[in-house]
Design a protein around this ligand. Structure first.
Ligand code: 3HC
Ligand code: NAI
Length: 701
C-alpha cells in the first residue's frame, strides 16, 4: 500500500501515521483514504500498542480541503475517518503544531489524547467560511472545554494558544517536538496502564451545562452580538447547545445536517469566495516566481499626522524599527504622543499586554534630519495631500534613499506616475494606500505606476502581509479602486436625499444589507469637511452636504452633521433641522420629493458602484473582479457573507442590474449611470463577473 499523502511507520511498538499534503495538510480525498488505510494497518498489527497521528511540513492539518466544498462528496468522508479513529481500541495521540484548524482539530478530537508544541495554535474557524464545524467539533469541543468556552471559540472562529488550550483541557500536554513528544506520551501512558477515554464519553462539563444553562445562554448571546442576518453563527450556537441537550449521536447528526445546508448556501459560498480571493489577489500575472519580496529591516515614514502615525505603528507592531520624519520638533512630538496614546488605550482595553506601549515605542524614533532616510529599506510618504509638496519630497527621497529602497506614497487622490517622475528611479516608486485608522484597517491598495517594477510590487505585498494587511494591487487612476466606486455611491446619496429619502432611511437600508455603518453615519464619523474641501478644489457641488458644511456641521467632531450627537454621544440621532434643510434645498432646486422605497435605495446604493467596478475592469485598473471584492470587504465593510460587489452582482444577475441602470440613467439624466460596455456585454451574453475573471486568468496564463 502506498499513499504519498499519508506515511506509516512503526517505532517501538507505536504506529506513527503522518499526513503529508503540503502546504497546509488539508484533509482532501487522498488524505482521508490514506488515514483509513493506515489505521487498518495499525489495528491489524498486534505488535502496535498505540498510535500517534502527526503531520509533515509546516503545520498540523488546517482542516477540510475547502476546494472540495460544493462538489459531489467522495467517500470516505471526514466524519467517517474521525469515527474510525474514535472507535479505535488502540489509544491514539495527536501531535499538534503550527495551526491546527477546523477539520484538523476535529480529527484530533477524534483521537484519545492530544499533545502540542508550546507555540501551536488551534481553533475552529469554519464560521469565517459561513459554516459550522461539521465533523464533530460542536459536539466534542464542549465536552472538553465546556459549552460556554466552546460557543465563544466556535462563533468567533478565534484560535487558542497551546498554553490556554492546556489549561482548558483541550490538550493533555505541551511537548518540545510534536511526533517524538507524542510517542513519549504514548509510551508513558502505556507504562502507567492509563485507559483511553473517548472525548464523546466525557460528560462532566456537559452535565453541568444541562443542569444550569444560564451561563451558556449568556456566553451565546455575548458571542452573537451584532451578527444579525448571518446564518452560520446562529447554527454554531444551536449545534453547541445540542451538545448538552441531545445524546452525542443525535447532536452529531444535527450538526451534519446544518453543515450540509450551510455549505450549499449563498452565504458560505460568498465567504469561501472571499477566502480564495484574498489569496488570489497576491498573484500578479507575469511576475516571475524568482521575484521575491525584499527584506525590510528599517522603515522611514515622512509625516507623523493621522495616517503617518498609524502607518508607523504597523511597522513597530511587526517588530520593525521605524523613524518618523517631520517638519519640526513640535509636529514630531505631537505625532509620537498620539501614537503613544493609541498604544496606551489598547493596553487599557486589554487588546495589548501590560508594558506593550514601552516595547513598541522603543522601536520608534523621530527626527527632522532627512539624512536618516539613507537607513531605510522602505520609505512611506504621508504628508499633506498636495502634489507640489509630494513632488518636492520625492525628489528629496531620491537624493537621500539608498539604491533599491522602496519609495511609497500614501496619497489617496494624486497621480502616482507624476509623483514617481520626480525621481530618477520611478521603477522603485508606488502607492501604498492605507485606510484610516491605518493601524487598524486591513485593506492596503498597492498602486502600481506605469514604471513600477515587479520587484517593488513584490516587496510592497510582502511588507503588507507582514503588517497583517490584505494587499490588493490596483492601477493608477482617480480614487484607485475603492474610493472611485465609493464616489458613485456618494453621488447617489445626495440625489436620493433631494428626491425624497432621508439619511436615516438610507443608512437603515445599507446596514440591513449588512454594512456595519451607513454612508451618512460613516461620513459624520470621518468628518464632512474632508469631502467638502475636495469638492471645492475640484469645483463640484453637492447642495445638501455643502449647505451642512457651510453651517459648520462637520459630523461627530462638531456634534452635528447629517445627524445630531448630543452631550458627546457617538450615536447618530436624526435631526429635524437636517430634514428641513433637505426639503428646502429640494424645493429651491425645483425637485418634487417623492416616497422612495427601500428596494430602490438598495439598488442605487449598490448598482452604480457595480457599474463602476465593470469600468475599472475594462480599464485594467483591477486585475480581476475578485480583487474588487477584497477591496470592498476589507476596506469598506461590505458584508463578507455577501462576497463583495462583483460576487453579489453575479447573484443578482447582470442583466437585471443593466436594466435598472438604464432606468436610473434615464430617470436622473446622468449618462454616467448607464451600463458600461463590459457590463452590457456580460449581461447580453448571460455571463457574470466570475466568467470575466476566469477568462482573464486563462489569458494571463
Ligand atoms: N483547504 C484548501 N486549501 C487551503 C486550505 C484548506 N483548508 N487552507 C489553506 N489552503 C491553501 C490556500 O488557499 C493557499 O493556496 P495558494 O497558495 O494556492 O494560494 C495555501 O493553502 C496556503 O495558504 P495561506 O496563504 O493562507 O497560508 P498561511 O500560512 O498564510 O496561512 C492557514 C495558513 C492559517 C492555515 C490559512 O491558510 C487558513 O486559515 N486556512 C483555512 C483554515 C480553515 O478555515 N479551516 C477550516 C476548513 S473548513 C473545515 O475544516 C470543515 C470541517 O469542519 C468539516
Ligand atoms: P495630516 O494632516 O494628519 O498629516 C500630515 C502630516 O504631514 C502633518 O503632521 C505635517 O506636519 C506633515 N508634513 C507636512 N509637510 C511635511 C514635510 N515637508 N516633511 C515632513 N512632514 C510633513 O494628514 P493625513 O490625514 O495623515 O494625510 C496624509 C496623507 O495620507 C495624504 O496624502 C492623504 O491624502 C492620505 N490619506 C489620508 C487618509 C485619511 O483618512 N486621513 C486615508 C488615506 C490616505
Amino acid at each position: 500500500m502506498s499513499n504519498p499523502a499519508v506515511h506509516y511507520d512503526v517505532i517501538d511498538g507505536i504506529a506513527v501515521i503522518a499526513i503529508d499534503n503540503p502546504p497546509v495538510n488539508a484533509l482532501g480525498h487522498a488524505v482521508r483514504h490514506g488515514l483509513i488505510a493506515a489505521l487498518d494497518r495499525a489495528e491489524a498489527d498486534s505488535a502496535v500498542k498505540a498510535i500517534v497521528l502527526g503531520c509533515k511540513g509546516r503545520t498540523f492539518s488546517a482542516g477540510a480541503d475547502i476546494t472540495e466544498f460544493g462538489k459531489p462528496p467522495r467517500d470516505p468522508g471526514l466524519h467517517e475517518v474521525i469515527e474510525r479513529f474514535d472507535n479505535s481500541t488502540k489509544p491514539i495521540v495527536a501531535a499538534l503544531f503550527g495551526t491546527t484548524l477546523g477539520g484538523g482539530l476535529e480529527l484530533s478530537l477524534g483521537c484519545h489524547f492530544r499533545v502540542a508544541t508550546a507555540d501551536a495554535k488551534m481553533g475552529l474557524p469554519e464560521v469565517k467560511l459561513g459554516l459550522l464545524p461539521g465533523a464533530g467539533g460542536t459536539q466534542r469541543l464542549p465536552r472538553l472545554i465546556g459549552p460556554e468556552k466552546a460557543v465563544a471559540a466556535i462563533v468567533s472562529g478565534k484560535m487558542i494558544g497551546a498554553k490556554a488550550a492546556h489549561a482548558d483541557g483541550l490538550i493533555d500536554a505541551i511537548v518540545a517536538d510534536p511526533i517524538p513528544g507524542a510517542i513519549d506520551f504514548a509510551k508513558t501512558m502505556l507504562a502507567d496502564g492509563r485507559k483511553l477515554v473517548r472525548v464523546r464519553d466525557r460528560s462532566e462539563k456537559i452535565t453541568a451545562a444541562k443542569a444550569d444553562p444560564s451561563s451558556f445562554d449568556k456566553a451565546a448571546s455575548e458571542a452573537t452580538k451584532r451578527l444579525a442576518g448571518v446564518e452560520a453563527p446562529a447554527a454554531c450556537v444551536q449545534s453547541v447547545r445540542n451538545a448538552f441537550t441531545l445524546p452525542f449521536e443525535d447532536g452529531l447528526a444535527a450538526e451534519r445536517g446544518m453543515f450540509m445546508k450551510l455549505v450549499m448556501g449563498d452565504q458560505s459560498r460568498a465567504q469561501r469566495h472571499v477566502f480564495f480571493a484574498e489569496r488570489e489577489a497576491q498573484k500578479i500575472p507575469g511576475m516571475l516566481p524568482e521575484v521575491k519580496a525584499a527584506k525590510i529591516s528599517r522603515a522611514v515614514v515622512i509625516g507623523g499626522g493621522t495616517m503617518g502615525g498609524g502607518i508607523a505603528m504597523n511597522f513597530a507592531n511587526a517588530g520593525i524599527p521605524v523613524t518618523i520624519i517631520e517638519t519640526d520638533e513640535q509636529a514630531l512630538t505631537r505625532g509620537l504622543d498620539r501614537v503613544r496614546q493609541t498604544y496606551d488605550v489598547s493596553v487599557k482595553r486589554g487588546a495589548l499586554p501590560e508594558g506593550a506601549t514601552e516595547t513598541r515605542m522603543a522601536l520608534f524614533s523621530g527626527t527632522t534630519d532627512w539624512a536618516r532616510i539613507a537607513e531605510a529599506d522602505i520609505v512611506i510618504e504621508a504628508v499633506f495631500e498636495d502634489m507640489d509638496l509630494k513632488k518636492r519630497i520625492f525628489a528629496k527621497l531620491d537624493a537621500h534613499a539608498r539604491q533599491g529602497a522602496l519609495l511609497a506614497t500614501n496619497t489617496s487622490t494624486l497621480d502616482v506616475d507624476a509623483i514617481a517622475q520626480s525621481t530618477k528611479r520611478p521603477a522603485d516608486v508606488l502607492g501604498m494606500h492605507f485606510f484610516s485608522p491605518a493601524n487598524v484597517m486591513k485593506l492596503l491598495e498597492i498602486v502600481r505606476g506605469k514604471a513600477t517594477s515587479h520587484q517593488a510590487i513584490a516587496t510592497a505585498i510582502g511588507i503588507g502581509k507582514t503588517m497583517g494587511k490584505v494587499p490588493v494591487v490596483v492601477g493608477n487612476c482617480d480614487g484607485f479602486v475603492g474610493n472611485r466606486m465609493l464616489a458613485r455611491r456618494t453621488t447617489e446619496c445626495e440625489r436620493l436625499m433631494l428626491e425624497g429619502a432621508l439619511p436615516q432611511q438610507i443608512d437603515a437600508v445599507v446596514t440591513r444589507f449588512g454594512f456595519p455603518m451607513g454612508p451618512f453615519a460613516m461620513g459624520d464619523l470621518a468628518g464632512l469637511d474632508v469631502g467638502w474641501r475636495i469638492r471645492k478644489h475640484r469645483g463640484v457641488t453637492a447642495p445638501i452636504s455643502d449647505a451642512l458644511c457651510e453651517q459648520g456641521r462637520f459630523g461627530q467632531k462638531t456634534g452635528r452633521g447629517y445627524y445630531i450627537y448630543e452631550n458627546g454621544s457617538r450615536t447618530p440621532a436624526p435631526d429635524p433641522e437636517v430634514e428641513t434643510l433637505i426639503v428646502e434645498t429640494a424645493a429651491r432646486l425645483g425637485i418634487m420629493r417623492r416616497q422612495i422605497d427601500d428596494d430602490e435605495i438598495l439598488e442605487r446604493m449598490t448598482y452604480p458602484m457595480i457599474n463602476e467596478a465593470a469600468r475599472i475592469l475594462e480599464e485594467g485598473i483591477a486585475i480581476r473582479p475578485s480583487d474588487i471584492d477584497v477591496v470592498w470587504v476589507y476596506g469598506y465593510g461590505w458584508p463578507v457573507w455577501r462576497g463583495g460587489p462583483c460576487f453579489h452582482a453575479d447573484l443578482v444577475g447582470l442583466s437585471k442590474i443593466a436594466e435598472r441602470l438604464d432606468h436610473y440613467a434615464k430617470a436622473t439624466g446622468d449618462a454616467g449611470l448607464a451600463p458600461s460596455a463590459l457590463l452590457r456585454q456580460l449581461a447580453g451574453e448571460s455571463k457574470g463577473f466570475a466568467d470575466f475573471g476566469k477568462a482573464a486568468k486563462v489569458a494571463a496564463e
